[in-house]
Design a protein around this ligand. Structure first.
Ligand SMILES: Nc1ncnc2c1ncn2[C@@H]1O[C@H](COP(=O)(O)OP(=O)(O)OP(=O)(O)O)[C@@H](O)[C@H]1O
Ligand SMILES: [Mg+2]
Length: 362
């Protein structure tokens, strides 16, 4: 059997995809199951040689097995530390894990739809701790997160918020993570909302909340980690506030990015059951537009994974692929904050012939 070069073998393990680069063609077999793939990705060293059971992309069985050189980076992409339906960088995960065990509060920042909110929920699931989510958009003043006062039978009564009730239920944990509080879209909170968080996130872990019935102490039990999410792009109409520097100093910051193209492609196939070729086409267009958006400083950023998933869902429903990409991805740039970027994108797509019959509407 001749040596195989320049062939990308994609072999499937219980429906998952793993990519490896063949280096020669000796016949030995080692199979890897999805269950131990995560552990395996961390054990294997760059350039390690393996013999694996191979079925190629088109389903033709290759000569029973091939010796392959695993590309550790690709393997890590496939073996996301939080499971197969959510991509995250292994080093970021290791850092976040260490921070959570130390009770360090976090800040997830990044473009639209890069998984900031989902990641906080996934972490709670992964570590088996309760989570309470409040949204900055709904906090018109600093009290709103913790409770409100309302008239009842002629007197004013303080009603604690879900967050306040949640915090009362959590017991101090001296070591490790006890619970997560997610303040989603923190930047949308009106500025005065930041006040209590300064003291809550400091050593004191509490602040005094004056109400008409006296002072109520809000306390952050030990082991409760607060995660703030913030999207630096868009939302100007919402008076998005930049993070106060003193508050920023109390947080470990993570900048989330889009998943690697190979991962997002496989994800679209898994989520929608479209064919791999179709997913590759969608992601090809999405990534060109993402690069273009970065190179041209688009205020509205690149297409989020929500948009690629929307296109894939349309294709799965029988919509032709160019129409699906045009509608879900390109037409995003039509209205509101995004429309100023539209002209340049249209010219670019036309010049590239990227979507031959798919001009931006209008
Ligand atoms: N890393 C990822 N892995 C898998 N799916 C992802 C990932 N990032 C985003 N998604 C998909 O995109 C959707 C949006 O994610 P999410 O709402 O968590 O993003 P976000 O960063 O909070 O967005 P926004 O800035 O709009 O609040 C999720 O439902 C998920 O399907
Ligand atoms: Mg979000």
């Amino acid at each position: 059997m001749s040596a195989i070069t320049n062939l990308e073998i994609i072999f499937r393990l219980e429906g998952e995809t793993l990519v490896a680069k063949p280096v020669d063609s000796k016949l030995r077999v080692r199979s890897i199951t999805v269950r131990n793939l995560n552990a395996f990705a961390h054990e294997v060293h760059e350039g390690a040689r393996f013999t694996v059971l191979v079925k190629d992309t088109s389903g033709n069985p290759r000569n029973p097995s091939l010796v392959v050189e695993l590309d550790r980076k690709l393997l890590e992409i496939q073996a996301s530390p939080l499971g197969d339906d959510f991509w995250m960088d292994s080093m970021d995960f290791a850092l976040i894990d260490a921070h959570l065990q130390d009770g360090q509060h976090l800040w997830f920042e990044g473009p639209r739809g890069t998984g900031k909110s989902t990641l906080a929920e996934k972490l709670a699931g992964h570590f088996g701790v309760p989570i309470c989510t409040v949204n900055g958009s709904s906090m018109w003043n600093s009290r709103a997160a913790f409770g409100s006062e309302a008239g009842s039978n002629g007197s004013t009564v303080f009603r604690p918020s879900d967050l306040t009730l949640f915090l009362r239920e959590i017991e101090d944990k001296e070591d490790g993570l006890a619970a997560i509080v997610l303040i989603d879209e923190f930047g949308r909170m009106v500025e005065s909302g930041e006040g209590p968080w300064h003291t809550l996130l400091s050593q004191a872990r509490k602040f005094d909340f004056m109400t008409t019935q006296g002072t109520i102490e809000i306390r952050l039990p030990k082991g409760v980690v607060v995660i703030l999410t913030d999207n630096p792009v868009g939302g100007g109409h919402m008076n998005v506030q930049p993070m106060d520097i003193a508050l920023q100093d109390r947080l470990a910051r993570f900048r989330l990015t889009y998943p690697p193209q190979a991962w997002e492609t496989a994800w679209l196939c898994r989520e929608t059951r479209i064919r791999e070729k179709e997913a590759v086409t969608i992601m090809g267009a999405v990534n060109q537009i993402r690069s273009f958006a970065v190179d041209n400083g688009f205020e509205s950023g690149g297409p989020s994974p929500r948009r690629s998933l929307m296109a894939a869902r349309l294709v799965a429903r029988g919509i032709p692929i160019t129409a699906a990409i045009r509608h879900a991805v390109v037409n995003f740039y039509e209205g509101g904050d995004a429309s100023s970027d539209r002209g340049r994108l249209t010219t670019y797509l036309d010049s590239k012939n990227l979507l031959r019959d798919a001009k931006v509407r209008g």
